[in-house]
Design a protein around this ligand. Structure first.
Ligand code: HEC
Ligand code: HEC
Length: 303
């Protein structure tokens, strides 16, 4: 597993906020306040001026691990961090494939355009057309358990769900409520090209199969874990997952794959290879017929 080793320019500021949290522990002595350096990034929401009417965005800043407080809250944050990065091993009853949450939400959910969770606690509850309901963050997490992990939901009031929410809350510290961060989700490719899955097979062979395997099965380790996750087959995400959709998969691949070389594929290559692997056999999702009950189905929906 890789560490959360990306320290943003606001680390000093965040450290101070974290120290404030730790100060809430009754037994903790009050530390002398550390001098606060002026933040390098503007400490106000920035407006994306590239799109008229685009919502305000807050800069993505990864909190320093040292700001996880001592005591029961810190224990929950650390447990949550473990659960999202070793999901298969820690929650075998809830995971039906070979993935961890962080197989897609890279580096503990801290990477822009790889589904980051920084600021996520402030943007939920959210109305979603897929189930035509207002979803709280626990619902959204369970959606990924049932679809992306091809598994079963956690009880919303379980200690494990609480730990995951505690971790996401710690990640979200300092982001104003209701303001999404820069790089939330995966930046969709504008003017989507018409995909050519046959060319996608070539791209796959040249740029993906070395890690994900010629048959998309990934690379399993002797202890039953995965060094490289599966892209299709029984140990992949199911047909109901967001990653089964063309625009979503192409955007993830464009910015994040091949691992460590995000942004190197052309838009066409990202669409071609996504069209190739998403249509390979994968687990079904039994409740798919109940999706989008009131309309709003995206153009790349698979069913
Ligand atoms: C196969 C890839 C994959 C895996 C594994 C996965 N997710 Fe997701 N997740 C997604 C996609 C795709 C989205 C939707 C992102 C988008 O469309 O912008 C998403 C969205 C989310 C969101 C909402 C993000 C937002 O900005 O609204 C949360 C929270 C989340 N996932 C949590 C989890 C958790 C917790 C796990 C593990 C139990 C997990 N995910 C596993 C692919 C995955
Ligand atoms: C150097 C090895 C490597 C290469 C090459 C590579 N990947 Fe990945 N890929 C990974 C790893 C490792 C992860 C999981 C990330 C993690 O656990 O931190 C991943 C995750 C993924 C995921 C989300 C998780 C899943 O299994 O569904 C997709 C989709 C994906 N890669 C597609 C691709 C595509 C398409 C290519 C070729 C353009 C590619 N990858 C090339 C290593 C690689």
């Amino acid at each position: 597993m890789r560490n959360l080793n990306v320290y943003g320019p606001l680390a000093t500021l965040v450290l101070t906020l974290g120290a404030g949290l730790a100060g809430c522990q009754p037994q903790a002595p009050t530390p002398a306040p550390a001098p606060v350096e002026p933040p390098a990034a503007p400490a106000k929401a920035v407006v994306d001026t590239t799109q008229a009417g685009a919502p305000e965005r807050w800069p993505l800043v990864v909190p320093d691990l040292a700001t996880i407080p001592e005591g029961p809250v810190g224990d929950a944050v650390r447990r949550g961090q473990l659960l999202v990065s070793r999901t298969r091993e820690e929650l075998p009853d809830n995971v039906g494939n070979g993935l961890h949450c962080t197989s897609c939400h890279l580096q503990g959910g801290t990477v822009a355009n790889a589904g980051p969770w920084i600021g996520i606690t402030g943007v939920f509850p959210e109305f979603r057309t897929r189930n035509a309901k207002v979803n709280v963050l626990q619902d959204r997490v369970n959606d990924c358990f049932e679809r992306s992990m091809n598994g079963t939901p956690l009880a919303p009031d379980s200690a494990d769900m609480t730990a995951i929410i505690a971790y996401m809350t710690w990640l979200s510290q300092g982001v104003p409520s209701g303001v999404p961060i820069e790089g939330r989700g995966f930046a969709r490719i504008k003017d989507a090209p018409t995909p050519d899955p046959d060319h996608g097979a070539l791209v796959y062979g040249q740029k993906c199969s070395a890690c994900h395997g010629a048959e998309g099965a990934g690379l399993e380790t002797p202890d039953g874990g995965y060094l490289y996750p599966a892209l299709w087959g029984d140990h992949s995400y199911n047909i109901g997952a967001g990653m089964s959709r063309l625009d979503t998969a192409a955007a993830f691949v464009k910015w994040n794959m091949p691992l460590g070389q995000g942004g190197t594929l052309s838009d066409q290559e990202a669409y071609d290879v996504a069209a190739y692997f998403i249509t390979k056999p994968r687990p079904d999702f039994a409740r798919k017929a109940a999706d989008w009950p009131d309309g709003g189905k995206p153009r790349d929906a698979r069913y």
